[in-house]
Design a protein around this ligand. Structure first.
Ligand SMILES: C[S@@+](CC[C@H](N)C(=O)[O-])C[C@H]1O[C@@H](n2cnc3c(N)ncnc32)[C@H](O)[C@@H]1O
Length: 187
């Protein structure tokens, strides 16, 4: 174990909400700590696509420096409302109800955590939302020992595109033996 066992209080509250709602796709702690560490290097506006129960937003909030803010969009309006309540007293987090287009007006982003499967395919859309030097974090890949990367017997064209797009300098980072994220910095 190379990280503290305890998580920040706001993250614990979001994890409790996930458990209460039986929401099983919340961000894992390893990814959350990575988000917090990256957020600490950012200024301006950080964003998340796919709020879920607010775990990623909570990690971003604990890492982000004073004066920065986090906006997060959740497609499910009922879930967005519950998470808005969770963050009601948290100054630097705003949760919106809707898809990525509700975030457009807050762009450009110094960091964007993309946690919606379909949006991961949209390199063009993400590229347009990022500030120069902004960091996109794409969650939920499965490590592959091959190039081009293979997932379930096929070339993973989404990952291939992220790792070769000339608008980004990108790297795949292992979260554990079975999970990875892509970190892509906008040129
Ligand atoms: C993997 S979960 C997000 C987990 C969350 N980021 C966290 O840190 O725990 C994906 C969430 O994205 C939401 N979602 C799906 N499509 C979306 C879209 N087009 N725009 C915004 N949210 C979306 C789902 O309702 C779900 O709550």
């Amino acid at each position: 174990m190379s990280a503290p066992n305890e998580v920040p209080a706001l993250v614990a509250a979001a994890l409790d909400l996930s458990r209460q709602r039986g929401f099983i796709t919340s961000t894992r702690n390893e990814t959350g700590r990575l988000l917090a560490a990256l957020a600490a290097s950012r200024t301006g506006t950080l964003a998340e696509l796919g709020t879920g129960c607010g775990v990623g937003s909570a990690w971003l909030s604990t890492g982000a420096p004073k004066g920065s803010r986090i906006v997060s969009a959740e497609l499910d309006p009922a879930l967005a409302e519950v998470v808005q309540k969770l963050f009601a007293e948290v100054e630097n987090v705003e949760v919106t109800s809707g898809d990525w287009s509700t975030l457009e007006k807050y762009a450009p982003f110094s960091l964007l955590f993309v946690d919606v499967h379909d949006v991961k395919r949209s390199v063009d859309m993400v590229a347009d939302l990022m500030a120069p030097g902004g960091i996109a974090v794409l969650d939920d890949f499965t490590p592959s020992a091959f190039w081009p990367p293979i997932y379930e017997g096929r070339v993973d064209t989404v990952r291939e595109e992220w790792l070769t797009d000339e608008r980004f300098t990108a790297v795949e980072v292992l979260i554990d033996a079975g999970a990875s994220v892509i970190i892509a910095t906008r040129r």
